[in-house]
Design a binder for this molecule. Structure first.
Ligand code: SF4
Ligand code: SF4
Length: 425
């Protein structure tokens, strides 16, 4: 870290002892998983720096923004449009929840058989180890899966929480619901920030979010080349940092990596040899510091070339049109884009099945690893349909259901190794 941030953390009300433990684990994990990689693009140094300052400099930036009367909004889900926060000059950050910390506290509120992601956000909040929660003015949740929905009913007594309603089916009524929720959310944000959203401010928000998507998309698209210019772990890190870094600085840094990766592709420089089996990972989002499965895949002789996930393609696919002369027309454009997100909370969800096959083909993946968290009903159940679809497309599949603990590492290594060997044959 660039300086001693302990006074800032104390002021925020963090439990310093528990927070130190988290930083120690995070630091060790990061060194073992990321710094041990060879031939990384030079541009990844920016992300190493961001990660080293994830609870330091970035939090200071959020506090500085608040001192200038800007609001900080913390979110959990892709359906919360960053464009609206940007249009009110607020800062939007994604809350991570990718580690098994504070689970004992979370389990005082939630059943043990709740998915790790939900337990983790509860634990991070109530164990007082997440400076993002403490720095935020408002937490925005959404009625997506049942686990989150019911958890928010408890969470609303612990944090300043706003919950957005979500459709479950992609028909006209579902679209209308999403639009009315976005309008309600926009009005709430205007009230919270004291800023009226105009056509110009919303167009500016749309532009910033689109540029971010385009920059990440450039890097992700280059992974279709063989050898791939960037590892799956580094690509995942870019997708993870997208949720809390300053959007303009982030976009600039990602474009630099894309330029570097373009040169690598031109010069046939890759992070692995051409013979390395190529894997598409599909399923639940992987929040920082949930790097377990990608690390297992990439230390067992394969390379990840794509993420069909919310921390991946679902976040960057499809841009928002900026055509329109009224705020309502622009909200319609937001709905057009966000309604296409093919999260497993939707039923039926054929778009996702088709998209997995399409991604596997576009990225020339040799196989798919379907990753779902234990007790995640939407993704676990949908994995059956994913299996049928991939069978028809003759694409090998390995289904992994896991949590944040390290207890199944031995078993995961064995299964992934066998899958990689099978693909090689
Ligand atoms: S998986 Fe679904 S509920 Fe979870 S972040 Fe993505 S869109 Fe939201
Ligand atoms: S991983 Fe599954 S159960 Fe957990 S929050 Fe996401 S959709 Fe809900």
């Amino acid at each position: 870290m660039s300086q001693d941030w302990a006074p800032m953390w104390k002021e925020l009300g963090l439990d310093l002892k528990a927070h130190d433990e988290l930083l120690n684990v995070l630091g060790k994990f990061y060194n073992d998983i990321f710094m041990s990689q060879k031939d990384r693009p030079q541009g990844m140094q920016y992300f190493d720096f961001v990660m080293s300052e994830v609870h330091g400099l970035r939090i200071k930036e959020l506090l500085d923004a608040k001192a200038q009367s800007r609001k900080v909004i913390a979110t959990f889900c892709l359906y919360i449009p960053e464009e609206i926060a940007l249009a009110t000059n607020a800062v939007q950050v994604g809350l991570c929840g990718g580690a098994e910390m504070g689970f004992n506290i979370a389990e005082k509120y939630l059943p043990r058989n709740t998915c790790s992601l939900i337990k983790s956000f509860f634990g991070f909040s109530e164990a007082k180890i997440c400076p993002y929660f403490e720095a935020s003015d408002l937490v925005v949740g959404e009625n997506t899966c049942d686990g989150k929905k019911k958890a928010y009913e408890i969470f609303k007594d612990l944090r300043n929480l706003y919950v957005m309603d979500m459709p479950n089916m992609k028909h006209e009524k579902g679209r209308e619901l999403l639009k009315s929720e976005y309008i309600k959310y926009l009005q709430m944000m205007e009230k919270l920030t004291g800023k009226k959203i105009t056509v110009e401010s919303l167009k500016k928000g749309i532009h910033i979010a689109n540029e971010k998507r385009k920059a990440i998309g450039r890097v992700m698209d280059l992974r279709k080349h063989n050898p791939t210019p960037i590892s799956g772990k580094d690509a995942l890190l870019i997708n993870q940092v997208a949720f809390y870094d300053d959007p303009l600085r982030f976009t600039d840094s990602v474009n630099k990596i894309a330029d570097e990766c373009e040169k690598r592709v031109k010069n046939k420089i890759g992070v692995v040899s051409k013979e390395t089996p190529r894997i598409l990972v599909s399923g639940c989002p992987m929040a920082v510091p949930n790097w377990k499965v990608p690390h297992v895949i990439e230390t067992n002789g394969a390379v990840i070339v794509g993420e069909e996930s919310c921390v991946g393609m679902r976040n960057i696919r499809n841009l928002v049109s900026d055509k329109g002369n009224t705020v309502e027309q622009l909200v319609d454009n937001l709905v057009d884009r966000y309604f296409k997100i093919d999260c497993a909370i939707f039923t039926p969800n054929k778009d996702r099945l088709d998209h997995i096959v399409q991604m596997a083909k576009d990225l020339k993946a040799d196989g798919v690893v379907h990753y779902s968290l234990q007790f995640c009903t939407p993704y676990n159940t949908e994995s059956h349909l994913v299996e049928n679809t991939l069978q028809k497309a003759k694409i090998p599949l390995l289904k992994i259901e896991t949590d944040y603990s390290m207890e199944d590492m031995g078993q995961l290594n064995t299964r992934v190794q066998a899958f990689v060997e099978m693909i090689k044959k």
